[in-house]
Design a protein around this ligand. Structure first.
Ligand SMILES: C[S@@+](CC[C@H](N)C(=O)[O-])C[C@H]1O[C@@H](n2cnc3c(N)ncnc32)[C@H](O)[C@@H]1O
Length: 424
């Protein structure tokens, strides 16, 4: 909510400098005001002005006159968060309340639904949502039929979860003020906060910056491992870059990707693990999975052949590349590009026909592309310091042809593979 989302130092009258606790009290007061019929009307008016393209300063002036100074800023702020949330939350976005922070921390509802379904498949209930923020996981769990204990030490998060579950007509949700570190330390008999199952999604950002060190997450890594040790029906969201060595024995690690990016990484507790490592690909409503019960070992290394394959990032991160293309070899032991004699039909690999293989030399590469009438290139890289967009600009020429230029290392040597794209 803050400054009404103008991005400029325009302050709503109530937004004076405050201590974090005072600010939280004020934000909770504003959220409760938005949950009244007058608040709903203010939100609806703000949404209309926003949809009409009105700029923030004019919209706030108009809103203050129409709905009063108390509701104008918060309504405009939430309308802006809802607009951002719509692409991920769909129609729910217009019923939910978010602050900027909680929307930034929110996972994708479709992924929360998937996690909830898997966690609940064994029938462990109720479920503790340990760090509920605006309630994305709580909502998914409640919609899947579970009773939920939603925990957060942040009063704004607790109020959001309360209001959001109510707005969606969900029942069976208890919102609790507690420190997750303490709850997990006290967990016994496979239960935490009286629940037989748990979702933990530690905050991995602080002061607007990503915390790469899991010991600095909130709650920290020690709480993650304690939960996995004490509560068998647990799932923890972790950073996709988590070091494999950190994954405790008996815990399944899963990387999920969609649209060519990893969207989440999960650790599944011993009661719900069904394998050792899993890569999951969600594409066009279809789900593909690769699993391994033990380290499958790397793919063998070999010379560049007629086709180059770019593996999906979840497959790479899970370490399961060698399982998807039995006849493919790596171009270099340290580089995640595979090569084989033909295209791959695997959803895990994007395949490119290799037209030429050249040692990396910018002048020679330019001359080569010109000679082949190639004027537009898409540059991909792995194991090279080049900046793809910059190189693509420098390689632009008069030719009408196009190519995919892959800058990488082949058997240790900086190399360029000029490829024809197989398909978009
Ligand atoms: C990443 S967010 C959770 C996001 C949520 N799963 C979603 O998808 O909307 C982490 C939440 O954990 C809460 N949190 C962090 N450390 C905590 C602790 N020690 N005790 C209780 N809550 C904590 C934060 O206040 C924050 O709301």
């Amino acid at each position: 909510m803050g400054d009404g989302g103008t991005g400029r130092p325009v302050r709503h009258p109530v937004q004076v400098d405050r201590e974090p606790e005072e600010q939280a009290v004020e934000t909770v007061r504003q959220l409760l005001a938005l949950a009244t019929p007058e608040g709903a009307a203010a939100l609806s008016r703000a949404a209309t002005l926003l949809a009409g393209g009105m700029d923030a300063v004019s919209a706030l002036t108009r809103l203050r006159a129409e709905v009063g100074t108390d509701l104008a800023g918060p309504a405009w702020g939430v309308a802006r968060q809802r607009e951002k949330a719509r692409s991920t939350f769909g129609p729910d976005a217009d019923r939910l309340l978010f602050t900027g922070d909680t929307l930034e921390q929110a996972g994708r509802p479709a992924l929360a639904d998937r996690r909830a379904a898997r966690l609940l498949a064994e029938g462990a209930e109720p479920v503790a949502d340990l760090g509920c923020a605006a309630g994305t996981d709580t909502i998914a769990l409640a919609r899947a039929g579970a009773r939920v204990v939603a925990v957060d030490r942040d009063p704004v998060a607790r109020e959001l979860t309360r209001l959001n579950t109510t707005a969606l007509g969900l029942t069976g949700v208890e919102v609790v003020d507690a420190d997750v570190v303490d709850l997990v330390a006290a967990a016994t008999d496979g239960k935490v906060a009286g629940c037989r199952a748990a979702v933990l999604d530690p905050a991995r950002r602080a002061g607007g910056r990503r915390q790469l060190d899991p010991d600095r997450w909130s709650p920290p890594w020690s709480t993650v491992t304690a939960l996995l040790d004490r509560v068998p029906a647990a799932v923890v969201k972790v950073a996709p870059g988590l070091d494999h060595d950190r994954v405790p024995d008996g815990i399944e690690a899963e990387w999920v990707s969609t649209g060519g990016s990893i969207v989440e990484a999960l650790l599944w507790g011993r009661g719900v693990s069904t394998t050792w490592r899993r890569a999951t690909l969600l594409r066009d409503g279809r789900l593909s999975e690769v699993t391994a019960d033990a380290e499958p070992g790397p793919a063998p290394v070999g010379p560049v052949r007629g086709w180059l394959h770019e593996p999906d990032p979840a497959l790479i991160r899970s370490g399961l590349m060698s399982l998807v293309a039995a006849d493919a070899t790596l171009v270099d032991p340290t580089i995640a590009y595979l090569t084989s004699d033909g295209p791959s039909g695997s959803p895990w690999l994007s395949s490119y026909r290799v037209a030429d293989v050249l040692p990396f030399n910018l002048k020679k590469l330019k001359a080569h592309l010109r000679a082949r009438g190639i004027g537009r290139v898409v540059v991909k890289k792995r194991g090279s310091p080049i900046e793809p967009e910059t190189l693509a600009r420098r390689l632009r020429g008069p030719g009408s042809g196009s190519a995919v230029v892959v800058v990488t290392r082949v058997a240790g040597a900086p190399t360029v593979l000029v490829c024809d794209p197989l398909s978009a």
